[in-house]
Design a protein around this ligand. Structure first.
Ligand code: ATP
Length: 911
């Protein structure tokens, strides 16, 4: 049978479904075998079946997206106004209103497209990988490359990459909630089940998109891409969600409330103008619409969205990939970061630096995975061949090991776990040849390493059938399994006190300690059970490994500290190791370390105090991580937590910002996290926090910039009507200012670079509203400056005999010039502008200002625009007055920054 029936979740109707077939029959039907496809066959199938991914849900087409830009209360209002002006035969106004509406829609359309593209790019960064047998060799591939017939290897933490018929299952449990809604993991097995079994009962199947919570397995891909079960219900998983964030929702509510208030105000103004001041109703109607248009910050939502999208992009460049957009805001208010140690704070490049046997302590020279190096006792070199126990330690470390270290052009290359890689290199230094040793003692079975049980065991048989169990792991765990120790080729009773002393001694130097042990078993033992290794082992020795801290992590920890962020290290490693590494990194006071058992013995109050005051936690499990996060959150801390394993998922979900490791993290952890670190590096978390603060600052700056323009315009119109004067700015001119110049200028603030002091501030109080008291004050203050200057200069021009059109042109240009200067003020919310960089540091601001100047020239001098907006040319003196008046906003705001007491600025207190 050929593979024609392969690409569906169930074979053709006459054949039984995959779950009802024997494994062999499945393989035969797929033209596959247990060694996996050859690369060639895989390529052919790939061409035939296409990539293994779900066709993305149908996006809104460009036309619908464009039309959606008109779905907005304000636009309805404007369209209403256009209709009324049309009815009154004010054709120019009608044309201008419609023109501005369309331009606004085009800008919104382009910006939204940009934001969506930014998120799409991030989605690609998160695409999962799969472990596959190709031509008999395990390879890691992008899951997209899978084809029917591929043999896929599963282990705890994986996301199943395609629909698989299982060939092997070892304690395999899979969580299928995405498919069946059942959140408890189900046990998987290989024997066929009844053809009519429901999805949740198909034990020999592992379905694409479900998560492996424990155990291991191997299966053959029977369906890929859209033909999988999940493809059929076409629910996209692990997606970056929409652009909704709490801040946007807050702004949305504010916007709606503001619009309603403004419409009411405009109606009031209409009544007042027609009845109280006897303006003609048509003119008054236009003035009221002008007020509404003036006061509503049309561009703000788009600008916030763009600012967030820019933040997400910058973070991705810094290896911090945001999965859920609200995290961008939350990152800015993080006050505690709980980080793993190995690989995040340290380099995860292990080198064995010492070996301890019952007889001697050896120093090991050399660095990295390069096997050049040797052994010494008290500084004197020794030949490994002359020390049988040392050789045994090295052999146990080599065989109870899944890593490989091979020479490549640019040095020695590690495939697998660094802890194990270090042991391979140790063995080479002891003159052992990995392949030869593996041939002499082939492996029959394995208990893989898991953080929960902290050891790994392997079973070997030599060619005469003698069995040997080798175990390596955390010293206290291994010592508890041992009854004897090896000395001079003989076993003698174990001296636990000696070993604990030795282990503590090397851990104190910051080394990770592993104990190695062995036990002979009969030839009939072919499977390794936990019971087999739990007792009666002989301890061979200890190995101490160095894992240097990352230089950039040391700097990042210091940066976090100055930013008022407490860094806590939560590690599975030994307490003494953790303390020494913490000291090198500047985490903790170099003394107090609490362990998992310590935490278990505590009551809630004690635990709360421990979570608050202690910075180094050792030998803790994922459950403790969750407890610590909860205890910190109960004390109003905003907590970021890193994690990589399946069991870290609850802590990641619970944290305010869950951070999964991109490299060593499991798919389960990534799915539970808000952010994924592309390089597993702590420094990237600090960079993300800094970017989160910057983004939030920039959003605040946009708000601070846009609202006073609206306030100033609204006040100008109200003042004019109140005083019974002509309008200094006509409604269509207001549209121009709000929708063309203000948006152009404000957009530059989305790209505002990080302020120098951003990581010297305390974290923002997460409960603080965006529009703080200080921001409201600043907005009111600037609005007043704007109305005084604009209206004042308008009146001055009129008093000096300027015709209405000219005075209005002066007023509009004054308002825009105010915006240009005020944009510079807004580049720093609190600090005064001092250096050239303070003025010129954002090239987008320069472009925006240049663009706005050009636009104003057109607005003032181009005949078409003169006709549309009722403007007239200005002489140089008028320009001089405009710039002079507008410059006052710059002076006044800088003065305000200098004199206003800090208290009003609402800085959060140091907690
Ligand atoms: P974290 O990443 O949380 O900072 P960690 O990586 O140091 O912690 P684990 O990986 O859980 O913690 O390791 C805990 C202990 O298990 C180690 O201190 C070590 O003694 C032992 N261990 C680590 N890796 C292996 C391995 N591959 N085989 C056997 N034992 C191991």
């Amino acid at each position: 049978m050929a593979a024609t029936e392969a690409p569906t979740s169930s074979p053709p109707s006459q054949a039984p479904p995959w779950h009802a077939r024997e494994p062999e029959a499945t393989l035969a039907a797929l033209d596959a075998d247990g060694n996996g496809l050859s690369t060639e066959t895989a390529q052919k199938r790939r061409a035939r079946y296409g990539p293994n991914r779900l066709t993305p849900a149908q996006r809104r087409g460009p036309i619908r997206r464009f039309l959606a830009q008109f779905h907005n209360v304000l636009i309805y209002l404007l369209l209403g106004a256009a209709a009324v002006t049309g009815a009154l035969a004010h054709w120019v106004d009608t044309g201008v209103i419609l023109g501005v509406v369309v331009i606004n829609a085009i800008i919104g359309f382009i910006q939204e497209g940009k934001a969506e593209r930014a998120l799409d790019a991030i989605r690609d960064l998160l695409s999962p990988r799969a472990s596959v047998l190709r031509s008999g060799r395990p390879t890691t591939l992008p899951a997209e490359e899978l084809v029917p017939g591929d043999i896929v290897l599963l282990q705890a933490g994986d996301k199943v990459p395609a629909d698989l018929r299982l060939l092997e299952a070892r304690n395999l449990h899979v969580e299928e909630a995405s498919l069946t809604g059942e959140s408890l993991p189900v046990a998987k097995d290989t024997p066929p089940v009844a053809a009519e079994s429901a999805l949740g009962d198909r034990k020999p199947m592992a379905f694409s998109g479900t998560l492996v919570t424990s155990g291991q397995g191997r299966g053959v891909a029977v369906a890929t891409g859209d033909t999988t079960q999940i493809g059929r219900i076409s629910a996209m998983l692990g997606e970056v969600t929409t652009l909704e964030t709490p801040l946007l929702q807050q702004m949305d509510r504010f916007g709606r409330w503001l619009s309603a208030a403004i419409v009411a105000l405009a109606a009031g103004l209409f009544a007042f103008g027609t009845l109280g001041r006897s303006y003609p109703p048509a003119e008054m109607f236009l003035a009221s619409v002008g007020l509404a248009v003036a006061a509503i910050p049309e561009g703000l939502p788009a600008i916030i969205t763009i600012t967030l999208a820019v933040g997400v992009q910058v973070m991705a460049r810094r290896q911090a990939i945001i999965r859920l957009l609200p995290a961008v805001e939350t990152l800015g208010s993080v006050s505690v970061i709980c980080s793993d140690k190995t690989g995040t704070l340290t380099r995860n490049e292990m080198t064995v630096a010492s070996v301890i046997t019952a007889e001697e302590t050896f120093g090991v020279s050399g660095s990295g995975y390069d096997p050049h190096g040797g052994f010494s006792v008290d500084g004197a070199p020794v030949a490994p061949g002359a020390r049988p126990t040392l050789a045994e330690v090295a052999r146990a470390g080599l065989l109870c090991n899944d890593a490989s270290v091979e020479p490549e052009a640019d040095g020695w290359h590690l495939e697998g776990d660094p802890t194990e890689g270090a042991l391979v290199t140790l063995a080479r230094k002891a003159d052992l040849e990995p392949e030869l040793e593996a041939e002499r003692l082939p492996r029959t079975d394995t208990i893989p390493f898991e953080s929960e049980h902290r050891f790994m065991a392997t079973l070997h048989h030599d060619h005469t059938g003698h069995g040997l169990v080798l175990v390596k792991g955390a010293p206290e765990r291994i010592l508890a399994m041992c009854s004897h120790q090896r000395r001079g080729g003989e076993d003698e009773p174990l001296d636990p006190a000696f070993w604990h002393r030795q282990a503590d001694g090397i851990a104190d130097q910051g080394q990770r300690v592993l104990a190695l042990a062995s036990k002979p078993v009969g030839s009939q033992t072919r499977e390794l059970q936990f019971g087999e290794v739990e007792g009666g082992l002989t301890l061979l020795g200890l190995a101490g490994m160095l894992d240097p801290p990352r230089e950039d992590a040391i700097r990042a920890v210091a940066e976090c500290r100055s930013a008022g962020i407490r860094v806590k290290m939560i590690t599975g490693d030994h307490a003494a190791t953790a303390r020494a590494v913490g000291r090198k990194l500047g985490i903790g006071d170099g003394g107090s370390v609490l362990t998992g058992p310590d935490l278990d013995a505590m009551g809630p109050a004690e635990l709360a105090a421990a979570a608050r005051d202690t910075d180094v936690f050792a030998r803790v499990g994922p459950g403790h991580k969750l407890q610590l996060v909860e205890a910190l959150q109960d004390q109003d801390r905003v907590v970021a937590v890193t994690g990589d394993g399946v069991n870290d998922a609850p802590a990641l979900k619970r944290a305010n910002v869950g951070i999964a490791m991109g490299r060593k993290g499991t798919e389960v952890a990534k799915e539970a996290a808000e952010m994924v670190l592309g390089d597993d590096n702590f420094a990237s978390i600090a960079a993300a926090v800094r970017e989160g603060r910057t983004t939030y600052d920039n959003i605040k700056k946009s708000i601070l910039f846009i609202l006073p323009t609206n306030g100033g315009e609204a006040l100008t119109i109200m003042a004019a009507i109140g005083l019974g004067r002509e309008l200094p700015i006509t409604p269509v001119q207001i549209l121009w200012v709000n929708m063309i110049t203000a948006v152009t200028l404000a957009l530059a603030l989305a790209f505002e670079p990080t302020e120098a002091g951003v990581m010297r501030r305390l974290p923002r109080d997460a409960r603080e509203p965006v529009l703080s008291r200080f921001l409201t004050f600043r907005i009111a203050f600037v609005s007043l400056i704007l109305v005084t200057g604009t209206f004042g200069l308008f009146l001055w021009e009129r008093m000096h005999g300027a015709p209405l059109g000219l005075a209005q042109t002066v007023a509009v240009n004054t308002l825009v010039a105010f915006e240009v200067f005020y944009l510079l003020n807004t580049r720093r919310i609190h600090e005064r502008l001092r250096t050239p960089a303070d003025f010129l540091g954002n090239r987008y601001a320069i472009y925006a200002i240049a663009a706005v100047i050009a636009l104003q020239m057109l607005f003032t001098y181009a005949p078409v625009l003169q006709h549309l907006f009722g403007t007239t040319a200005l002489d140089p003196l008028a320009w001089g007055r405009i710039v002079g008046v507008a410059f006052t906003v710059f002076i006044l705001i800088e003065a305000e920054k200098a004199v206003l007491p800090l208290g009003l600025r609402h800085l959060p207190k140091r907690g």
